[in-house]
Design a protein around this ligand. Structure first.
Ligand code: UD1
Length: 416
């Protein structure tokens, strides 16, 4: 029922258009809470995590409507300060609502956010940064309450450039009193998208994409329209599918400028990549080479979200690859399933040693989280025979229509 069926072993050929970015749209939807008016957000992917964020906004009193892939949020009347319920525990990015609710209401009570099972994922960096802006936090067992009599600008240095903490500080700072200077900020492209949306709504932000962001608080934000950029992780997943299965594909709208680390890895493996403003073309005509060493890093380094999909491709590359995971400690959960398909992988602490095998064989496997689940689909496309990836709901948290997209690329793949 909740499965994806794949008949693998065929080359991929064709083109597909890349959906809007999940990690960009979630903080943008949270940001719409700061606008006493209407925000129109185009190119919004219809994925489970977006629907969870929609539920949370509606619980707070916002009106949310869809037309195709355009979402309109009206946050004129916000009547609740409690951000709780199942949606919060199911999705880590619900924590984005904290900065936005503090900016709008000066107070929020929230359940501790959940999300993928890829590591501890605490929110200590978020909370200590917000404390510097005048926020008092009272922690209870399941919930915490954050209150600010007066939310004010501050000089903050993050101990680690956390994506979520950077977004929360920006959200809290745009309508705070005074200026916030955020050092050691994350530089992920999704932060530029959030700042692009907030600037369209009247915020004053300098230095996005750099490690020091300066935010001058404004009195209020106004109505805004914004188009969500293409999803670099979805594009990267399909690119790894071509690396694994071989063939010749074009990813329309893929944001090549944000994908340098993956494109460099693909070229090192022997793929031919053409990247331009229209998208990315990939040709894989011979067996690819292993990558002697690859480490996941903050942007512009190799993204942790593409580590598992690339591992699936490396499992049939020639030679030994070593991947070091430096962002999330629990991101090798797919190894047992890849082994079930014939892969030869050994994990020692945060390093995976992948000895490329001749081929993978189809098997029944189980998605346990979003990107790992997508990686099993990549493996299934390369494997000979039938694979069944169960728990597709994890994959649907981030991929609008993975089966249709991959069918556009010639894959034999369906949901059941
Ligand atoms: C975001 C992305 C996720 C991506 C990750 C890293 C969204 C919705 N999710 O997640 O897809 O994999 O960036 O690029 O955009 N940490 C702490 N304390 C904190 C915050 C983070 O210890 O308060 C740790 C985390 O446990 C993790 C590391 O810092 O080990 C990176 O986390 P962070 O950059 O915050 O990632 P997310 O915003 O959760």
């Amino acid at each position: 029922m909740d499965s994806i069926y794949i008949y693998g072993g065929n080359f991929l050929r064709g083109e597909t258009k890349i959906q809007g970015s999940k990690n960009a749209v979630l903080p943008i939807l949270a940001a719409s809470l700061l606008v006493r008016g209407t925000c129109v957000i185009k190119n919004c992917p219809r994925i489970a995590d977006v629907y969870l964020m929609q539920n949370l906004l509606q619980e707070l009193g916002c009106f949310v409507s869809w037309a195709g892939n355009t979402v309109t949020v009206n946050a004129f009347h916000v009547n609740d300060r409690r951000i709780s319920g199942e949606s919060v525990t199911r999705m880590r990015s619900s924590v984005m609502l904290l900065g936005a609710a503090l900016g709008r209401l000066g107070e929020a009570t929230m359940a501790y956010p959940g999300g993928c099972v890829i590591g501890r994922r605490p929110i200590d960096i978020h909370l200590s940064a917000l404390r510097k802006m005048g926020v008092e936090i009272e922690e209870q067992e399941q919930l915490f309450t954050a209150k600010a009599k007066r939310l004010h600008g501050a000089e903050i240095r993050l101990p680690f450039p956390s994506v979520g903490a950077t977004e929360n500080v920006v959200l809290a700072a745009v309508t705070a009193d005074g200026t916030t200077v955020l050092e050691n900020a994350a530089k992920e492209p999704e932060i530029e998208a959030l700042c692009g949306f907030l600037t369209a709504a009247g915020a004053e932000i300098e230095g996005t994409g750099k490690n020091c962001i300066k935010i001058k608080g404004v009195e209020r934000l106004h109505d805004a329209k914004y188009e969500v950029p293409a999803d670099r992780i979805v594009a990267g997943t399909y690119l790894t599918a071509a690396l694994a299965a071989g063939g010749s594909i074009f990813l329309e709208g893929a944001p090549a400028g944000q994908m340098g680390a993956l494109l460099a890895a693909a070229e090192k493996m022997g793929a031919c990549v053409t990247a331009g403003v229209e998208g990315i073309g990939v040709d894989v005509i011979r067996k690819l080479k292993a990558l002697p060493y690859l480490k996941t890093e903050v942007h512009p380094g190799f993204p942790t979200d593409l580590q598992s999909p690339l591992m699936a491709a490396l499992s049939i590359a020639q030679g030994q690859s070593v991947i070091e995971e430096s962002i999330f400690e629990n991101r090798f959960r797919i190894v047992d399933d890849l082994k079930k398909m014939g892969a030869d992988i050994e994990v020692v602490k945060n390093k995976a040693y992948i000895n490329g095998v001749e081929k993978l064989e189809g098997a029944g496997v189980e998605a346990e989280e979003l990107r790992g689940g997508a990686a099993l689909v990549v493996a299934g496309l390369a494997a000979e025979g039938k694979s069944v990836v169960r728990n597709r709901h994890f994959i649907e948290r981030g991929y609008e229509n993975i089966c249709k997209d991959l069918r556009n690329l010639g894959a034999d793949i369906n949901i059941m």
